[in-house]
Ligand binder design. Sequence first.
Ligand code: ZN
Length: 196
Amino acid sequence: MTTPVLPDAPASRDGRLQIRAERAAGRPEVAPDEGVELRPAADGKGEGVLATRPFAAGDTVMVGFLVGELSGNDSHATQVGPDRWVRHGGLGPFVNHSCDPNCGVRLNAGQAFDFVARRPIAAGQYLTFDYAMRNFTIDHFPTACLCGALQCRGAVTGWKDLPAARKADYGHLVAPYLRAMDEPLQSPAHHPSVDE
Ligand SMILES: [Zn+2]
């Protein structure tokens, strides 16, 4: 097993220390019956999370849980509000970005994000989601996107720069705060359609 390689992000000192402490504590463990597994990514760089059984569209593929609040953004932070970031435990942080992802995210009762299948997922496929489903801006990733999707937008962008059609496609499988942030801009007085 290799250690995941994090980009040398300009994270706060506390954030970096926290990542190191978590890594020193060992790899995330997931029961085999959860249907997902950590694997080296297809491109040989880093790692990804693989489905070990089929999932139907709408299935909860992975239940999220939090391991801490953060003082700011870093490369493995999850944005949960305009000025709030948290760290997820388990395999969630290893799910890779795609501009045409097979999963979306749904906030659960523990204020963490579950991964939910947007379409059927076969055993042996990597789980993906769009970082723009959780982050308003992307501050700590290289700008070029290498996801390989036909609809790749060329750069890993946040919700702020996501085309309206993509927002519509993702429906409610995005962080609720992102939808809320769009509301003042898309009030009925200005736009008859929310997703226009
Ligand atoms: Zn892409």
